[in-house]
Design a protein around this ligand. Structure first.
Ligand SMILES: [Zn+2]
Length: 231
């Protein structure tokens, strides 16, 4: 009997607690600061087995020599970092004085994500709109939050919901919209090879959903942004 791996032990803890650990879930409360290096070692050994099974000569092919470790580090530190890292710190500033900002705020955030079905890259942009409530967060924080949600194995529909929920949590805004436009590696590289395929998802809450003028203002703002910096 081989000893339990750290990944096994963490999985057991999550199961015991009834904690869901799907590809798009954040599990940072189970990942202690010093765990990552050991998990990367374990993932390296597992990726070595995958490469061996794919019949790639990782001993003699210089390009494949360090690939298992590169993959392990990339998953933990980059493309799935949003699963293991806690939410970005988004200090809120009060917006409750007499001359408080009452207008709409629309922030455009570049997104890099990965589909949980094929682990293919998803690349796009999210437009996040809110009517400011009693607090505001720094503009760069919208992108940090969106990117933290995106750096997981996701579905675009799920990602739009996740970003909306986290922005609501950070700003307290009940009136908000999230619109995502993205191209999917799994459409471009596999099967149908539809190179121009573009997917759009929208989540609208509060006034963005119920009030036609607010909804129109949001999409007019998106159009203005796209004219200013088209993709
Ligand atoms: Zn896919």
């Amino acid at each position: 009997m081989s000893e339990k791996t750290l990944a096994q032990a963490i999985r057991e803890n999550m199961k015991r607690d009834g904690k869901r650990f799907w590809a798009g879930d954040n599990i940072s409360e189970y990942i202690k600061e010093n765990y990552k290096e050991e998990l990367i070692d374990e993932a390296t050994a597992a990726f070595e087995q995958v490469l061996d099974t794919l019949l790639i000569d990782r001993e003699n092919d210089p390009n494949s020599h360090g690939t298992a470790r590169r993959l392990a580090k990339m998953y933990y530190n980059e493309i799935m970092a949003g699963r293991y890292d806690p939410a970005p710190d988004a200090t809120a500033f009060p917006n409750d004085s007499q001359d408080r900002y009452e207008g709409m705020l629309v922030v455009r955030s570049e997104l890099r994500s990965m589909c949980s079905h094929h682990h293919q890259p998803v690349s796009g942009v999210a437009y996040i709109g809110i009517i400011a409530a009693e607090k505001l967060i720094g503009l760069s924080k919208y992108t940090r939050i969106a990117q933290w949600c995106a750096r997981r194995g996701t579905l675009q529909e799920e990602l739009a919901n996740d970003i909306a929920r986290e922005i609501e949590k950070a700003t307290g805004a009940k009136d908000l919209g999230v619109y995502i436009q993205a191209v999917h590696g799994c459409c471009e590289n596999r099967g149908i090879m539809a190179h121009s395929s573009l997917t759009q998802t929208t989540v609208l809450k509060g006034a963005f959903k119920e009030d036609g003028n607010t909804k129109k203002e949001f999409f007019d703002n998106i159009k203005l942004q796209q004219e200013f910096a088209p993709r």
